[in-house]
Design a binder for this molecule. Sequence first.
Ligand code: ZN
Length: 173
Amino acid sequence: MTKKRFIIFTKIYMKKIRILFLLISLVSCNAKSQSNNKHGKEYIVAKSENEWRSELSKMSYYVLREAGTERAFTGVLNYNKNEGLYVCAGCKAPLYESKYKYESGSGWPSFDRGIEENLEYDVDYKIGYPRSELKCNKCGGHLGHMFNDGPKNTTGQRHCINSAALIFIPSIE
Ligand SMILES: [Zn+2]
């Protein structure tokens, strides 16, 4: 290959690469704009607010979809000590195991750890200072908050979860 030919070849080649990069950036911008929903994240389980409203109880909708908090000591699972699995009331994803539930005295079901792959950690400023918000990683439903005043002999974490965000599935003996 002569020097001149090599330069022409390089120029054509560079042009092709530039077009390729342009195409990639167009595709990625498009993908980005599609995922920019209210939470900036797409969840595996996605439903319209009307669908959620018709499927969930009033309290579960208030907690999961509106990030509400049930009144302390009112949730049916607060004192539940049976063995089993706690799943998301919105999408049934397994979130907590009964062996990690403990009595915190807070008035809400408390766990010292959750099933990490199904939990999402976010931050909210609802009461003026940042709190670590816990959400279901599959449907984006609000579950509760995480605090660092949990049992010191285990994880030190307190996952303070609304009863209405959970469904309890007892273990079969
Ligand atoms: Zn869920």
